[in-house]
Design a protein around this ligand. Structure first.
Ligand SMILES: Cc1ncc(COP(=O)(O)O)c(C=O)c1O
Length: 366
């Protein structure tokens, strides 16, 4: 099967097999060595000297941990949304009793730091800004993230970043860009099965946590940090996923981070060019297209759900549909993690063949 959704992504067989290893004591010496080895390398991928905590949770759990630990009930928090995953931050902030102030950007576009600056000037009570680095629902990367961080800190606020579908595939320079809290998830570029979330925390964020009165327990990052100092997690971790991640990190460092980023750039370009050659239009504006997922406008008269089912049944290719208001209007083609040129070519052939079966004349050949 050619799994071309933007996560969960294919897991290399040696990584899958690593997850089948015999169970170990999660409070014993083997796990102590494992979590230290994994954490040290995850920090290198994050490009941070600060703390990174690995939680047993999906990416949304990492987002919830970021909110629960840093956002105080009643506070007004600016949430910059460029798609559906940004809106998830709005919901989590609301669920934790804070007041989300949404700065909504048209789908397909990236956030403009000048608009964030204006929003913070207009509402000086805002202490926290939340943003998605790579919006998986629209195939857009917030390419101005370093400038956004500069603006946010000029206003004395804290920046929380969802880099779930970018970090490890697209460069994220956590410390150089001064990102306070950054979330990622194992099922994306990390070539590991779903179930682990990563949250980085710098000094500014730890200070915020100390003052934060939000009730928290499972996701209390202070507990995660003090357990990590002892080579443990506060609660029973998904040990098998740690085994997988350990092996996936071996593969990532064998390939080299720069080579991984270059491969993602190349495959994303190939995907975009292939779609355009078929006469299809992309949702993302030029210059902000994501290197991990491409969102393609569904041609008029093509039924989105039929497109997805024919692609799978006839061409063994699995694409993702649109989410929320984009349902039926786009399909999404994932090219992140364990993916090769041949996977992309096969995916493009599947798009072409599926459209032909649905009676849509394609402009050229992928
Ligand atoms: C940008 C982004 N944010 C958040 C999530 C949510 O992560 P999860 O589905 O692992 O909870 C995803 C993954 O689907 C994502 O791509």
């Amino acid at each position: 099967m050619n799994l071309r959704i933007p996560g969960p992504t294919p897991v290399p067989s040696e990584v899958a097999q690593a997850g089948a290893a015999e169970m170990i004591n999660h409070r014993g010496p083997e796990f102590d060595a494992l979590i230290r080895r994994v954490t040290e390398r995850v920090k290198r991928v994050y490009q941070t000297e600060h703390d990174v905590l690995t939680l047993t949770a999906s990416g949304t759990g990492g987002m919830e941990a970021a909110v629960a630990n840093h956002v105080t009930p009643g506070e007004r928090a600016l949430v910059v949304t460029i798609g559906e995953f940004g809106k998830r931050f709005v919901e989590i902030v609301d669920a934790y009793g804070a007041q989300p102030v949404e700065l909504a950007v048209e789908f397909g576009q990236a956030a403009d730091p000048a608009r964030i600056d204006a929003a913070l000037k207009a509402d000086p009570a805002i202490q926290t800004v939340l943003i998605t680095h790579n919006e998986t629902s629209t195939g857009v990367t917030n390419v101005y993230l370093p400038e956004v961080a500069e603006v946010v800190h000029r206003h004395g606020a804290l920046l929380i970043v969802d880099a779930i579908s970018s970090l490890s595939s697209i460069p994220v320079k956590t410390d150089a860009w001064n990102l306070d809290v950054v979330v990622s998830g194992s099922q994306k570029g990390w070539m590991t099965a779903p179930g682990l979330a990563f949250v980085s925390v710098n000094e500014r964020a730890w200070e915020r946590q100390a003052a934060n009165k939000t009730p928290r327990y499972y996701f209390d990052l202070r507990k995660a940090r003090s357990s990590l100092e002892k080579g443990e997690t506060p609660w029973t971790p998904a040990v098998s996923l740690f085994f997988q991640l350990d092996r996936a990190l071996d593969l990532m460092f064998e390939e080299g981070l720069d080579a991984i980023y270059e491969r993602h750039r190349r495959l994303a370009r190939m995907t975009r060019e292939g779609m355009k050659a078929l006469g299809l239009e992309l949702l993302a504006a030029e210059g902000v297209e994501s290197d991990t997922v491409t969102a393609v406008k569904m041609p008029a008269k093509v039924d989105g759900s039929k497109f997805l089912s024919i692609a799978q049944q006839e061409f063994d290719a699995v694409f993702a549909g649109g989410q929320g208001s984009l349902r039926g209007k786009i399909f999404r083609f994932g090219h992140l993690g364990y993916v090769t040129e041949e996977d992309v070519r096969a995916g493009l052939r599947a798009v072409e063949g599926t459209l032909a079966q649905l009676g849509h004349a394609v402009a050229g050949r992928a």
